[in-house]
Design a protein around this ligand. Structure first.
Ligand SMILES: [Fe+2]
Ligand SMILES: [Fe+2]
Length: 329
């Protein structure tokens, strides 16, 4: 399902002449003009001059996001054939298609920054670039599909909504479309979970068991606390919130929603501290996060190998489409 407004062109035309840092000025002067535009809330477009550090930082950020959308379909894909009803199968298929579409849009944004798509696939499959921790884990039961679409997508949308204000124009506009679709995914996930929670004891136990397994990776997902003043991505408004701000926002919105369904969150230390206005929680396992995102997670190698085989099997399509047209003899 697509919001018609989201069909506006992803790349807006810009007038390079109206942006003073595009003039041929000494580097430091350009840099200053560029930075004051960004810090004042302005957007940067692909054909603008930008410092190499900014280009590299946006590329790294968008490329990891694209990789995560692409790899993120694999855990859910496994359940399309096992969905319990036709309606569920259709919804899950549509979600998987949406996520591949997100990857497509984001690789397109990343390409503009100077790294060819094939090079991004090479690096992903060689383990040189990363994808989000939550997509390195197995999906053991149908309840995992509900928990992923509801809570993994919810944790992601908290971050993605903040990215709609990104200083890099194409990324900000792409996130508007993606967020709209993500919000539908969350409704789908919650519907799967609510259906199971209003079913039998076995179904309720299945959801609780899935939540128990996914809670740790969910709490690790946004990463360890970081120092706002030292974060270059925040300084340049490539992103808007720290990892801890995102985690707190996720907890504030979703803890009450999880509890209202009768689920138990597997963290005895989890509580809202009125004095600090923040959630307290057991320290997430950061060693596990490091292990998993460096492709040593339970399903990392299997999922990368699936992509490698798939890429080899579809090489003929790319060869046929991208090869030089042969002149007729
Ligand atoms: Fe997505
Ligand atoms: Fe999603």
């Amino acid at each position: 399902m697509t919001d018609p407004l989201a069909l506006d062109p992803i790349l807006a035309p810009t007038d390079p002449g109206a942006r003073p840092w595009n003039d041929d000025l000494p580097h430091d002067e350009r840099f200053e003009l560029f930075e004051s535009h960004v810090l004042a809330g302005g957007k940067i477009e692909p054909n603008d001059w930008m410092p190499d550090e900014y280009r590299t930082a946006v590329l790294r950020f968008v490329e990891m996001h694209a990789n995560s959308e692409l790899m993120g379909v694999l855990p859910e894909r496994e359940w399309i054939m096992r969905a319990p009803t036709l309606r569920r199968k259709l919804a899950l298929t549509a979600k998987v298609q949406d996520e591949v579409g997100h990857a497509q849009l984001l690789y397109r944004v990343a390409e503009d920054l100077g790294k060819p798509r094939e090079a991004m696939f090479d690096d992903l499959l060689a383990g040189k670039t990363k994808f989000h921790n939550v997509f390195h884990y197995p999906t053991k039961t149908w309840a995992d599909i509900g928990i992923i679409a509801w809570l993994v997508d919810a944790a992601a949308i908290v971050a993605q909504q903040a990215l709609r204000d990104s200083s890099y124009g194409p990324y900000a506009r792409t996130m508007q479309k993606i967020c709209w679709e993500e919000s539908v995914h969350i409704m789908h996930g919650r519907d799967v979970v609510v259906t199971l929670m209003t079913g039998t004891d076995t179904q309720r136990a299945m959801v609780q068991e899935a939540l128990d397994r996914w809670w740790g990776p969910l709490m690790q997902m946004h990463g360890p606390r970081s120092d706002r003043t030292k974060d270059r991505d925040l300084h340049w408004r490539i992103k808007a919130k720290t990892s801890e701000e995102l985690r707190q926002e996720f907890l504030t919105i979703y803890v009450p929603r999880i509890l209202e369904l009768g689920l138990v969150i597997p963290d005895r230390e989890l509580a809202f501290d009125e004095a600090t206005g923040e959630w307290r929680y057991a320290d997430p396992d950061w060693a596990e996060l490091r292990t998993v995102v460096t492709n040593h997670g339970p399903m990392s190698e299997e999922r990368l190998e699936f992509r490698r085989l798939n890429r080899a099997a579809t090489a003929w399509v790319r060869d046929a489409i991208l090869s030089e047209p042969r002149s007729a003899a």
